[in-house]
Design a binder for this molecule. Structure first.
Ligand SMILES: Cc1cc2nc3c(=O)[nH]c(=O)nc-3n(C[C@H](O)[C@H](O)[C@H](O)COP(=O)(O)O)c2cc1C
Length: 206
């Protein structure tokens, strides 16, 4: 069976740099024989978590929108590629809304102590982030948020592609090494013949 790779693009704008890298990574995964699916959050309706804590009893979210569909896809996928712009040193609001809605998965696992994923599945994820300026701490917040998000999803945090000093829309197309790395990391992510890494492989480019 083909590895299923889900790409989630969270940038709100057209010609987004993180989105262009995501498409390259998906092309890389496809070149390795994976079945790919691409979803743009700006086409969906995903409200923020309202912290009603109903999920502590139900194990599911009471807010009904596109989250339910996307959550099923995230749980079904073998691989996830999550792409975000850097907004105020962290993920954009659209990405954060999706991450926060996964609180119901956390409740399902840790409050209700029910299994989420069939044991033994090889699930891995890669994070792509692009920021406009250069700062040593630019990706610190993303790393931590992604670690906890992927833990809830029961995915091995396999790789990061972080690029800074890319601001104008579409500018990443003039950065061939970032585009090539996205393709390579996407291809590697789809592989099944190598064990998942213990720590995320991190590629950081200026
Ligand atoms: C609301 C907002 C906040 C931003 N915050 C940062 C920031 O904290 N650090 C930074 O380097 N760039 C920041 N940027 C610039 C974006 O990260 C940059 O333009 C990036 O290329 C956007 O990626 P995208 O094209 O995938 O949306 C910000 C942009 C916006 C609109």
């Amino acid at each position: 069976m083909n590895v299923k790779v889900l790409g989630i693009s969270t940038s709100p704008r057209q010609n987004s740099n993180s989105d262009l890298l995501l498409c390259q990574a998906l092309a890389g995964a496809e070149s390795a024989g994976a079945e790919i699916e691409y979803i743009r959050l700006r086409d969906l309706d995903i409200a923020p978590c309202i912290e009603c804590n109903s999920c502590y009893k139900r194990g599911a979210c009471v807010v009904e929108d596109d989250y339910q569909m996307l959550s099923s896809k995230m749980l079904e996928a073998d691989r996830l590629i999550f792409a975000t712009p850097i907004f105020f040193m962290t993920v954009c609001a659209q990405a954060k809304a999706l991450i926060d809605r996964c609180q119901c998965l956390w409740a399902h696992k840790y409050v209700l102590k029910k299994p989420l994923i069939t044991t033994g599945r090889d699930r891995r994820a890669m994070v792509i982030a692009v920021g406009g300026t250069k700062s040593k701490k630019m990706f610190d917040s993303i790393r931590l948020t992604a670690k906890y998000f992927l833990d809830v999803l029961e995915m091995n945090y396999a790789a990061n592609l972080f690029v800074n000093k890319i601001d104008d829309p579409g500018r990443i197309k003039q950065h061939p090494s970032a585009m090539n790395e996205a393709f390579r990391l996407g291809r590697e992510l789809a592989a099944t013949d190598v064990p998942p890494p213990e720590k995320p492989v991190s590629v950081e480019l200026v």
